[in-house]
Design a protein around this ligand. Structure first.
Ligand code: B1M
Length: 233
């Protein structure tokens, strides 16, 4: 008979609970992650803190072991699914701030790339900050971006890429916008783990955003500048 007893999440203190959530995320246990998120909320944790410390923190560990060949795609998919379960609980809370409408953004992951957790997080945080977000999903060829900006006329075009092989596609999108004479009609923000500021500049984006919080601050900053320019002109 196994001597192991079920761990009662609610009996753990905050630090132990977050550690346990790292393990549960690693093991792809969606229900446990949802329970952990709810417990932390009941204990008064801010939704953003839960997102960054418990969920993103756990996913960083998964990422390292994926890189080192300890975890494989099916396991990482389970972890991603568990993370999404936790994010779904936090989403309405992050959006609940009743912030005034700040502007709008079309966002999508580039062609050849199916990673969407970071993009979804950026969308959630932007909505929470008062932006209207149109999420066009994953694996987007340039045509999808062009169609979406034509249809929605957003202030911002956001692109996400998580692979070194797909990040150059962002330049394809920006170059096409330049060719069509519409580049300067939009603020172009890019993000994703393998990118950096230098890359953002090199491809002609307005800014590279390290994480979702930076994306929100950068978006606010650029939209305010755009409105000031319009008011001055
Ligand atoms: Co993939 N994967 N993956 N993967 N995966 C990485 C990216 C990798 C770094 C893992 C590793 O080796 N350590 C590696 C890339 C190596 C490289 O290119 N140099 C990798 C690889 C190789 C692959 C495959 C090729 C594996 C294979 O099949 N052999 C394959 C490719 C599939 C494809 O896209 N064509 C693949 C598949 C997968 C899964 C499907 C299993 C799954 C994705 C599930 C999903 O997204 N629905 C997956 C996952 C989960 C990861 C890791 C483990 C985690 C990514 C993540 O969600 N992070 C990742 C390792 C890692 O990054 N540590 C890895 C959490 C998220 C909150 O962070 O996405 O960085 P992030 O987003 C941040 C910021 O970057 C920024 O804000 C976000 C929030 O703070 N940001 C933006 C992101 N987008 C933005 C857009 C903006 C602004 C900010 O616009 C304005």
């Amino acid at each position: 008979m196994s001597e192991e007893e079920d761990i009662i999440l609610a009996d753990l203190d905050d630090e132990e609970l977050v550690e346990q959530m790292f393990d549960d995320l690693y093991d792809g246990l969606k229900e446990e992650i949802e329970e952990g998120v709810n417990i932390l909320l009941e204990r008064g944790w801010e939704p953003y803190r839960i997102l960054t410390e418990a969920l993103v923190g756990g996913m960083t560990i998964v990422g390292k072991d994926f890189r080192d060949g300890i975890l494989f795609v099916p396991e990482v998919l389970l972890a991603a699914n568990a993370m999404k379960g936790g994010m779904a609980i936090l989403k309405p809370l992050l959006a609940e701030t009743g912030a005034p409408r700040m502007g709008s953004m079309v966002i999508g992951t580039v062609k050849g790339d199916i990673h969407d957790i970071g993009k979804n997080l950026v969308s959630m945080m932007m909505e929470g900050a008062g932006f209207e977000v149109v999420d066009i999903g994953i694996n987007n060829p340039v045509e999808n971006y062009l169609e979406a900006i034509e249809e929605h006329k957003p202030d911002i075009l956001g692109m996400s890429a998580l692979l070194t092989t797909t990040m150059p596609y962002m330049k394809v999108v920006i170059d096409t916008m330049v060719e069509q004479g519409i580049r300067d009609d939009y603020i172009v923000l890019v993000g994703g783990a393998p990118l950096n500021e230098e890359f953002g500049k090199a491809i002609g984006a307005d800014a590279y955003c390290r994480d979702a919080a930076v994306a929100v601050e950068t978006a606010k900053d650029y939209v305010a500048r755009k409105h000031n320019q319009m008011a001055a002109g």
